[in-house]
Structures are given as structure tokens and as C-alpha cells.
Design a protein around this ligand. Structure first.
Ligand code: 16G
Length: 203
């Protein structure tokens, strides 16, 4: 069955965020709980969201809301206690200019994270001190597959990347996912290749 969409696209109610959470996240903002300013995910960027879900920035409390369990459906997450999580979250939040846009889909009934995707801005000297976007760690919880949440997240990240004025946006994916990602405008970059050296146990 196709998803039902709300008329208020982002699913944010004005009563859903505290004043502190609505404040812009800047290096000088103390105690903010979102990874980046939620206003970056405007209705124009987020588009239409199925009823009962919302798209928002990663929140520091997502440690307890299944974010890591969703990520572990993509690859190895490894051990991460609360202190390690807080440290990583705060270090990503402090980057200037902002670099990490980890977006999540939250199930409003359960308040669990059911999908995630990250836009990383790689700041450059080239292209007039521009930035390149990298789409990373796109994953939807197995219980929510088939509801086009992957499409939703990718649409959000491509619109956000354009808004951030990246000169290009790229991603890596398995062969079988190439047709999926092509629908968002990605193409193989003829003449360029993705090379890697792995220092973990995966070959
Ligand atoms: C996929 C992901 C990449 C992620 C990697 C993890 C997308 C578009 N691509 O390539 O972002 O970091 O898987 O696999 O989500 P790894 O642990 O083998 O690097």
C-alpha cells in the first residue's frame, strides 16, 4: 500500500521542540541536543513525510532510541558506550563550518529511529573554497522497509546538498543498488574510480 502523506510535510508540530532545541546549533551554542540546526530541515528540504513519521537531525538522546541498532543493519558498529557516543556527537556538532548532517526518520508512536542517512560536507581549497557532499550511511530499519523511506532520505540529502552549494555530491554503493541511486541523479563518473585500502578485517 502506498504511504499516506501528511499535509504538514515535515511532521513537526510546533509543540514538539523545546526552545533550546529550536535554537541554532553553532559552536557557541551550549547544551544543544540536536547535531545541527533543525531549521535546516525545512519543509522545502524534507518534502512529504508519511503519517506518523518525522525527519529530523540526529539528537543526542538517539543513543537510547535505536539509532545504533539501525546503523548496525548497514555495517559493523562495534562497541560504543554512552561516554564514547557523547564525545563523538559533541565533536561532530562542534565542527566549523558545519560538516555533519546526520538525518534520521523517527517513528512518532514509538519515538524510535527507523531510518538514517548522512550528508558530510568536505571543505575544500579548490572550487573557490567550496565543498563537496558525500552521502553516507543510508539505512532503513528492516521493520520499515518497502515504505520508500530510503527514497525519502535520499531526496532530503540531495536537496540539502544543493542548498549547501556543494559543487558535487557522491556516494559509494553495492552494484545492485546502482539503479536505486540513479533515480536521485547519481551517475557513474566515467574515467574516475573508487579505490580503497581496508585496515579492518573486511576484504
Ligand atoms: C555503504 C554506505 C557507506 C557506508 C558503508 C559501510 C551508502 C550510500 N553507502 O557503502 O556510506 O559507510 O556502506 O560499509 O550508504 P563498510 O563498513 O564496509 O565501509
Amino acid at each position: 500500500m502506498p504511504p499516506v502523506f501528511t499535509t504538514s510535510p515535515n511532521g513537526y508540530g510546533s509543540d514538539m521542540r523545546s526552545e533550546e532545541e529550536c535554537a541554532p546549533v553553532t559552536p557557541t551554542t551550549k547544551g544543544s541536543s540536536f547535531l545541527f540546526d533543525p531549521s535546516e530541515l525545512s519543509d522545502e528540504i524534507v518534502g512529504r513525510v508519511p503519517n506518523g513519521l518525522r525527519v529530523r537531525p540526529l539528537h543526542i538522546d538517539d543513543y537510547d532510541k535505536g539509532f545504533l541498532s539501525v546503523l548496525s543493519q548497514l555495517t559493523s558498529v562495534g562497541e560504543m558506550d554512552r561516554a564514547a557516543w557523547d564525545w563523538r556527537f559533541r565533536s561532530m556538532q562542534r565542527t566549523t563550518p558545519s560538516t555533519y548532517y546526520v538525518c534520521v526518520v523517527e517513528d512518532l508512536d514509538t519515538t524510535r529511529v527507523v531510518g538514517a542517512a548522512t550528508l558530510v560536507l568536505e571543505w575544500k581549497f579548490i572550487h573557490s573554497a567550496g565543498s563537496r557532499g558525500r552521502v553516507e550511511d543510508v539505512v532503513v530499519d528492516e521493520s520499515m522497509r518497502g515504505k520508500k523511506l530510503g527514497v525519502l532520505l535520499n531526496d532530503v540529502l540531495v536537496r540539502l546538498a544543493k542548498k549547501k552549494d556543494v559543487y558535487k555530491v557522491s556516494l559509494e554503493c553495492k552494484d545492485k543498488l546502482i539503479p536505486f541511486y540513479e533515480q536521485f541523479g547519481y551517475k557513474k563518473d566515467a574515467g574516475n574510480n573508487f579505490l580503497v585500502q581496508r585496515f579492518d578485517s573486511k576484504m
